[in-house]
Design a protein around this ligand. Structure first.
Ligand code: NOJ
Length: 564
């Protein structure tokens, strides 16, 4: 669904509770790319421990870490074969505890990635399940007996062959929405749900503070498996998940785990309508606390760039829909998309710094919990991988095979993949200008971006005007000023083609945010009623303002207080 197709009426309820996860600033760590201490070329927990002071220096208050559990790593850990074990690549349970304690000592909460729409095909549950039709674990997954004929077509997000995989052992097909090594768990089975709650409790006992529920909207599906009309898969989320039972499961999960341990949980995905999203996170429903939608990601996939008007429309619509109840995450990047600055900013030498600063100003001045993906605080960029042989990501390879099978123009496909692929976002963290960017003493699992010579923590620490130091200032500003957390959002001059302008208002306090999204100077004429006061932040030394007119430099970002 395109963002602008959402025209359902927002559900507005009265609720205005404060919460630590609303006030938080979240930083996402892709553990295999953060910091290696063993020389094996993969990041590990001891690496995060070495960098705890760095994390504290950012001012962030929450860390979400991608999966680090027992796994054959077909999808880099999103295929879990042991939910309560640490993959040896990352260290031991003692290392985990040390890392968690280290974060907690610094006032940083920890969010665990819970991957329970599917497991790995190497999980003992699946091994049992596939062994015979009468095995007690058979109903842990979805099976279609081959004597019933070919199962109704279901598309797979990663597998061009579709979502049913034939398994000789019991002459049946099993369902996998992602790779064939990621069979979908059967949430209709109460035993499966209890197993999952037990896993969540295990981690809650260790002290984690919240969960990110991976691919969660698909946990509930139509298991009568009817035939669906041709082309249905183009509206994947609508057809493949979000059945009403999902809410029963979530309420059960809330009662069993979230409430007793006083945790919070964020859903990956927000359904296909505002109502779906509200049904997941409204405070009076006792299900989840936060959701994140994909609309911002969907507008930025073209090589030609994106429209600022669409960008504004996405955030403005979602804010309006969540004005009075429910809460969203605000993010522009993560491990599933290319780098923030390549998609929304400008990587040219002259514009890299201001555009990254401008985007971080946006993220940290919107209503919703801001998510920053590791490296975006430095303006890390995409890498150049023009050849398919270089790719290891299951999603990239699946897309390539699909495009080939469908006879697409493969040169054009590779250009798009090079720009959009998830591999762009998974390159090692750039700590310094030495070989391998200070990430590892060994051979990094993925080449460090050559631009680590200039884009790195050591260099940016020294420069008061760096992207990194601007990020720190913005985090502090947000934490010091509840208006940036709870204040109402109001867009101004929506049609302005270069500047995104909005106010945030809390009680008597009002601030104005002006962001130039273009590489040219741009001027905005403010209404007479708007009187600017103290300047809170500016990523340039200058600000050209006279008689209600403000001219912003390329990618200039300012926040100033308004005088009543
Ligand atoms: C969403 C995760 O963010 C992505 O990285 C993963 O491949 C799929 N879910 C499958 O778990």
């Amino acid at each position: 669904m395109k963002p602008n197709d959402r025209n359902d009426t927002p559900v507005i309820l009265e609720k205005d509770a404060k919460a630590w996860w609303k006030e938080g600033v979240l930083y996402q760590i892709y553990p295999q790319s953060f910091k290696d201490t063993t020389g094996d070329g993969f990041g590990d927990f001891q690496g995060v421990i070495q960098k705890l002071d760095y994390l504290e220096s950012l001012g962030i208050t929450m860390v979400w870490m991608n999966p680090f559990f027992g796994s054959p790593l077909v999808d880099n850990g999103y295929d879990v074969s042991n939910y309560t074990a640490i993959h040896p690549r990352y260290g031991t349970m003692e290392d985990f505890q040390e890392m968690l304690d280290g974060l907690h000592c610094r006032g940083i909460k920890f969010v665990l990635d819970v991957v329970v729409n599917h497991s790995s095909n190497e999980h003992p549950w699946f091994q049992q399940s596939r062994s015979s039709r009468d095995n007690p674990y058979r109903d842990y997954y979805h099976w279609w007996p081959a004597e019933n004929g070919t199962p109704p077509f279901r598309d797979s997000i990663f597998d061009p062959e579709g979502a049913w995989q034939f398994d000789q052992q019991t002459n049946a097909y099993y369902l996998h929405y992602f790779a064939k090594e990621q069979p979908d768990l059967n949430w209709e089975n109460p035993k499966v749900r209890q197993e999952i709650y037990a896993i969540m409790k295990f981690w809650a006992e260790k002290g984690v503070d919240g969960f990110r529920m991976d691919a969660f909207q698909y946990a509930s599906k139509d298991t009568t498996f009817p035939e669906w009309p041709k082309g249905h898969e183009k509206e994947y989320d609508k057809w493949y998940g979000m059945r009403p039972q999902l809410h029963d499961y979530l309420k059960e999960m809330y009662t069993e785990v979230i409430e007793p341990y006083d945790l919070f949980a964020v859903a990956e995905g927000a359904g296909t309508s505002f109502k779906d999203a509200h049904d997941l996170v409204d405070a009076d429903r006792n299900e989840l606390q936060v959701a994140y939608h994909f609309d911002c990601r969907d507008i930025s996939k073209d090589l030609e760039g994106y429209q600022l008007s669409e960008f504004k429309a996405v955030f403005t619509k979602w804010d309006a829909a969540f004005k009075n109840n429910g809460w969203l995450a605000i993010y522009l990047s993560n491990h599933d998309v290319a780098r923030l600055i390549d998609r929304y900013g400008n990587t040219d030498a002259a514009f890299r710094t201001p555009s990254a600063q401008m985007l971080n100003t946006f993220l940290l001045s919107m209503r919703g919990t801001p998510y920053t993906y590791y490296g975006d605080e430095l303006g890390m960029t995409n890498i150049d991988m023009p050849k398919i042989e270089e790719y290891v990501d299951v999603s990239a390879i699946g897309d390539y095979n699909r495009a080939k099978a469908e006879g697409e123009d493969m040169d054009q496909f590779m250009k798009k993949l090079n720009f959009n692929s998830r591999e762009n976002a998974r390159t090692p963290m750039q700590w310094d200008s030495t070989k391998n960017g200070g990430f590892t003493e060994g051979k990094p699992w993925r080449k460090v971006n050559d631009n680590h010579q200039t884009i790195n923590v050591v260099a940016q620490n020294k420069d008061p005007k760096s992207i990194l130091n601007h990020f720190r200032k913005m985090v502090k500003l947000r934490k010091d000023n509840p208006v940036l957390v709870y204040g109402q959002y109001q867009i101004l001059q929506e049609r302005h083609s270069e500047i995104y302008a909005y106010t945030r208002t809390l009680d008597q306090q009002q601030v104005l945010v002006l962001l130039n999204f273009s590489k040219k100077q741009a001027t905005i004429t403010l209404e007479e009623t708007i009187k600017t006061g103290t300047l809170w932040i500016n990523n340039y030394d200058r600000l050209d303002a006279k008689e209600g007119q403000i001219t912003l430099q390329p990618y200039q970002a300012i926040i100033c207080e308004l005088i009543n």
